[in-house]
Write a protein that binds this ligand. Structure first.
Ligand SMILES: [Zn+2]
Length: 599
């Protein structure tokens, strides 16, 4: 990463003392935690069935405390690892944290297993008890896995295989992380990583965009066989475990994590596919704007209009205003995180790329990491991460630790909503017409990337699992064919796919880590679009209901959490509403480019 000291977020680093004062204390806290966990296990093992509602409440409260302290101590190590990767003390601490966290999990696992082992009548009676109300929904959801859980000895044997399985994931990741190629981005040939090559898709110079992807695909030729072998091994393993556990549907484990019904997910994906022409409409228009007959894949995210520099302080003001305007409490949470220095925004060597938010515990405000490079896009990222932070803060205030954290699909809803609010405000206030057009195009293209492309990817995976289930190996050629097929169903003839793009599946980490992970992005973006439309209809009524939604965490299902906001996941009209909002974004971008001064 090119780091310049002239970047405006220089010096904006987080202060981790709310987590731990130093590494020594963290080490000793890990020992204390393990001691507490062992003591807990000694007292509680074998009591879940006989504790009664009151005893069980105490047990889960104690477990909740342990889990939060572990979260705090663990994140201290992770946060240091993410910002000072070359410090030996940090690396030792991170290793210790991983080992101790695994030990802790093994010691405490009995509680979850004993809960599952109860028969349904016993469990139902307990779930009715008022004492267990703060844990009720999570405990009920956990039991849905009961039919697929194997006897303890078999589960332990499967657990013992985990490192071998992770090795495939590590190999896949390492192949990508270590892949560098010479590329001349205008300042002479330099070694480029995959991420750096991919970043050229936003470059204004078309020759560079095309050349960067060309070089990327050339480099992927060398790793495609290994990447296919990793994927084949992982998919094969997941499918045989599904058979062993008796899981009837390949999508079930992911849908279960997201607490979404299979029918809801499928209906959403079908609705997305029916709207692919909306994307194509924009690509055809964009080709005209760029003066091309047809877009190449490398032109998909080519800049339209122009970016401008946004200083860190201006970004902070904008996100604060956008949150506060919606609801002052959200602005207060943002300011509180800033004041306690829970944000690390400065890009520097030894720091990870990307952005995330970690909502640590009920007693510690969330921490946010991002890499602020003074671009408009970074403001949007800041808003996105604080959408997570306000969600985490409010739900940790009102829920138990066990009940605060939602599945991935719902977790991305508040962040996407905060991002959409901020973008709308940026567009409204932007004085430079060319920058305004850039924001309009970026908003539309961002929605296409998360709604259309991520759905397309989940479909590709669906095909791969089906083929593997029929005993067909996932070779590079077979994967390439499925990949191009899925892409062609989306882009059709609105955009040209280069020959090398056959290997475009090789560098998507989600495929390796969680099956069908990507549909969560489409879900969250569509739901956020729906929510934005509801908000516009009746801001006075929407804002308090939304605050309550944020505070509810994962204490109910997504279906039940979203219904009071006017979003019924089982109603096909919900997706129609979302696409009306999406269409509005594309139309506004089209109007924007029409008004751009030419020449
Ligand atoms: Zn997010």
């Amino acid at each position: 990463m090119a780091v310049s000291s002239s970047l405006s977020a220089t010096g904006v680093r987080w202060d981790l003392t709310d987590l731990e004062p130093n590494a020594e204390q963290a080490r000793s806290d890990w020992e204390d935690l393990l001691e507490r966990a062992r003591d807990f296990a000694e007292r509680r093992r074998g009591t879940i069935g006989s504790a009664g509602p009151e005893g069980l409440r105490e047990l889960f409260d104690e477990l909740d405390e342990l889990a939060q302290d572990a979260s705090r101590v663990h994140f201290y190590a992770t946060a240091r690892e993410h910002t000072e990767a070359t410090d030996p003390e940090t690396n030792d601490l991170a290793t210790l944290a991983r080992d101790r966290a695994a030990d802790l999990e093994s010691i405490l696992l009995f509680a979850e297993l004993e809960w599952l082992a109860l028969d349904d009548a016993e469990a139902d009676a307990l779930l009715q008890a008022a004492e267990l109300e703060p844990y009720r929904h999570r405990l009920r959801v956990a039991r849905e896995e009961k039919p697929y859980v194997l006897p303890e000895g078999e589960e332990q044997a499967l657990n013992a295989r985990q490192p071998a399985l992770s090795a495939w994931q590590s190999l896949h990741g390492r192949e990508l992380a270590t892949l560098t190629v010479e590329f001349d981005g205008g300042e002479g040939p330099e070694p480029h990583t995959i991420d750096r090559l991919l970043a050229y898709v936003h470059h204004p110079d078309r020759e560079l965009r095309l050349a960067a992807l060309d070089v990327l695909y050339g480099a992927l030729e060398g790793v495609a066989d290994v990447q296919a072998a990793c994927y084949d091994a992982i998919v094969g393993d997941r499918l045989s475990l599904d058979r062993l556990r008796g899981i009837p549907d390949t999508w079930w484990p992911t849908n279960q994590r997201n607490e979404l019904e299979g029918d809801v997910v499928e209906a959403m994906m079908v609705a997305v596919e029916e709207h692919y022409p909306l994307g194509r409409r924009w690509f055809v228009r964009k080709a005209g704007v760029l003066g091309l007959d047809k877009l190449q894949l490398a032109d998909q995210y080519a800049p339209v209009g122009s970016d401008r520099r946004v200083e860190w302080t201006e970004a902070v003001e904008m996100v604060d205003d956008s949150l506060r305007d919606f609801e002052p409490r959200l602005g207060d949470i943002f300011r509180a995180c800033l004041e306690r220095a829970h944000i690390d925004a400065e890009p520097r060597s030894g720091k990870v790329g990307g952005a995330y938010c970690n909502s640590v515990s009920k007693t510690v405000l969330p921490y946010v990491l991002l890499n602020y490079t003074d671009q408009m896009r970074d403001v949007v990222t800041l808003a996105h991460e604080f959408g997570h932070a306000v969600h985490g803060t409010l739900s940790l205030e009102q829920q138990t630790y066990r009940s605060y954290h939602t599945g991935l699909a719902l977790a991305e809803v508040p962040s996407t909503f905060a991002q959409l609010l901020a973008v709308e405000r940026l567009i409204e206030l932007e004085e430079d017409p060319a920058t305004r057009v850039m924001l309009l195009a970026d908003r539309a293209e961002g929605a296409m990337a998360s709604i259309f492309r991520q759905t397309m990817m989940a479909r590709f995976e669906g095909e791969a699992y089906a083929a593997r289930g029929e005993g067909k190996g996932l070779t590079r050629d077979r994967l390439a064919e499925m990949w191009i097929g899925a892409n062609e169903r989306y882009y059709a003839d609105s955009l040209e796919l280069p020959e090398g793009y056959r290997l475009g599946w090789t560098y998507i980490p989600h495929f390796i880590h969680v099956r069908f992970y990507t549909y969560a992005y489409a879900f969250a973006h569509l739901v956020a679009f729906s929510l934005l439309a509801r908000y516009r209809e009746d801001p006075e009524r929407f804002a308090p209901a939304y605050l309550e939604f944020l505070g509810s965490g994962a204490s109910r299902s997504p279906q039940d959490l979203l219904a009071p906001l006017g979003v019924d996941l089982r109603d096909p009209q919900t997706w129609a509403h979302a696409f009306a909002e999406f269409d509005r974004c594309v139309t506004e971008a089209e109007v924007g480019v029409d008004e751009l001064p030419t020449g």
